[in-house]
Design a protein around this ligand. Structure first.
Ligand code: PGA
Length: 251
């Protein structure tokens, strides 16, 4: 049985005051014990959030970490080891905003994924197609290539300690959600692709859906057999809404 997971990606949001308020809301939520919950603040706020959530069941992750394990001369970056030192358990790898806006390629992401694991973090690999790619019938090809890049470079066992988030780019922050069936179809293909390499790894890996998930559509999405939870952007900035999404994953 895969344990459901709900992750909140705060993106480039938050001030000290708003983060403190959000944390207060989170710690006061009554959460089901059956769901793993993680939040991903900006790098600046990781320390504050990790400190305030210590002793709770909510863990902290980073939205990004460097492609190298060690510390050194790399202005503006944080290393995965530093992220661990600040109390993080997870790191996002290959969010579409980083692929598209920051120009991160599959090759760079392979290094980031490997460096994260080598440092003791669990990477959450984000994959997904653009609207043009979906309309051209290329969804599975694009997602398949993003996964294959990791498999070819690091081997299928890289997914033993990893999470995958399927996030159609056209559904992120747009209010457009993939229908539960659309999401399930891609999730099933992702699992089938992994199963060709190793059935056990494929059965064990958690596949999250992301893209305009909110309390109103979460239960239907999480009810699909290959959807093991969600990666939540906008709706994770509201503690009550995020709590309702977490409860939907626990049902
Ligand atoms: P959204 O973002 O929930 O605001 O669509 C999801 C994500 O980018 O992870």
């Amino acid at each position: 049985m895969r344990r459901p997971m709900v992750a909140g990606n705060w993106k480039m949001h938050g001030t000290r005051a708003s983060v403190a308020e959000l944390i207060e809301g989170l710690v006061n939520l009554a959460l089901p014990g059956s769901v793993d919950v993680a939040v991903f603040p900006t790098s600046l706020h990781i320390g504050l959030v990790a400190e305030c959530l210590e002793g709770t069941s909510i863990v902290v992750g980073a939205q990004n970490a460097a492609h190298e394990t060690g510390q050194g001369a790399l202005t503006g970056e944080v290393s995965p080891g530093q992220v661990v030192d600040m109390g993080c358990k997870f790191v996002l790898v290959g969010h579409s905003e980083r692929r598209q806006i920051m120009g991160e390629t599959n090759s760079v992401l392979n290094h980031k994924f490997a460096a994260a694991q080598a440092s003791g973090l669990t990477p959450i690999l984000c994959v997904g197609e653009t609207l043009e790619e979906r309309e051209a019938g290329k969804t599975l090809e694009v997602v398949g290539r993003q996964l294959d890049s990791i498999i070819e470079e690091l081997g299928i066992d890289a997914f033993v300690n990893a999470v995958i988030a399927y996030e159609p780019v056209w559904a992120i922050g747009t209010g457009l959600t993939a229908s539960p069936q659309q999401a399930q179809d891609v999730h099933a293909e992702i699992r089938a692709q992994l199963a060709k390499e190793n059935a056990e790894v494929a059965q064990g890996v958690r596949l999250l859906y992301g893209g305009s998930v909110k309390a109103a559509n979460a239960a239907e999405l999480f009810g699909m057999p290959d959807i093991d939870g969600g990666l939540i952007g906008g709706a994770s900035l509201n503690a009550d809404e995020f709590g309702a999404i977490i409860r939907a994953a626990g049902n």
